[in-house]
Design a protein around this ligand. Sequence first.
Ligand code: NAP
Length: 296
Amino acid sequence: MKNYIITGPTSGIGYATALELAKHGMVILVGRNRDKLNGVQKTIETAGHKAISVVCDISDIKSVKHAAEEIVRLRLPIAGLLNNAGIMPSKASKNAQGWDMTFVTNHLGAFALTELLEPHLPDGANVVFIASAIEDPERKPAKVMGMKGGRYISAEASARGEWKEDGSKMAGVDAYATSKQCILASALFFARENPRLCYNAVEPGITRGTRLGGINPVVGFLFGNLMAMIPPFSRYSSTPKKSAKVIAKVLTDTSGKTGIYYDEKGQPMQGSVLVLDPQFQGQVVTETRAFLSKYV
Ligand SMILES: NC(=O)c1ccc[n+]([C@@H]2O[C@H](COP(=O)([O-])OP(=O)(O)OC[C@H]3O[C@@H](n4cnc5c(N)ncnc54)[C@H](OP(=O)(O)O)[C@@H]3O)[C@@H](O)[C@H]2O)c1
């Protein structure tokens, strides 16, 4: 039986993807809330599939380390790792180390988990990162909303919650866009650096019905449904179930494709000019490794 790891399986895209992945093998559910994990595990088991749960707060590097050790101790051959957990809060906050919560959750935590598990993954295993096209300042729907793309200065600066000036006026967007810029740049770098594994990324589309951004259900419903109808948003619109199909297809693929950034329909897409620049990718990875080396 194949085994797939998924972070953030307790809500939205991750929940739908965990249910989809369970059709392909055993799912290792990695989340911060034991009760919620138990609920997802029970749903999967009731459907006749297999899952196990590992508690992990991705915004806490110590917790990520413990979770990676727990997963390695399971001694299961892992066919795929899906880095899905993510947040987009409008109010900045810090983790216990004083690092920007969005940056650590969306980039540092996923990066650390991937690097800790990498030596234990069998040849050809898939590592997939859930990215966001918000990292691209030229992306039409993001531009229309006044977003300015990733605002990376350095890993240290991002951890302090500092972004390149002249960013978006919308609270929380620069942190989110920069964290996604960094994880996408890292995914593309890993794909070139390590041909032993397959590293890909997916932009799941403007996915309605998730808890991203913490919007209240009424606003979320209106927002999501309007987004699904009005250009330029409608073209990129998706649902957790649709995203799950695309993500599961990439994660269970055995053709050896690597270094591909997929859109919400599962078609290859382009990232921003900066994120595609190998020098920038190298800078992000080198600085992130140096930053994390004190903690991992
Ligand atoms: N929705 C969209 O339109 C959209 C577009 C582009 C990209 N994305 C990306 O898609 C991914 C999933 O987002 P979503 O829309 O499905 O949001 P969501 O419904 O809020 O789900 C986020 C998941 O991440 C988990 N998570 C958050 N912080 C965590 C932490 N510190 N440790 C462990 N798990 C944590 C949550 O766990 P809890 O249940 O415990 O909170 C939840 O399972 C994210 O990476 C997001 O950036 C979403």
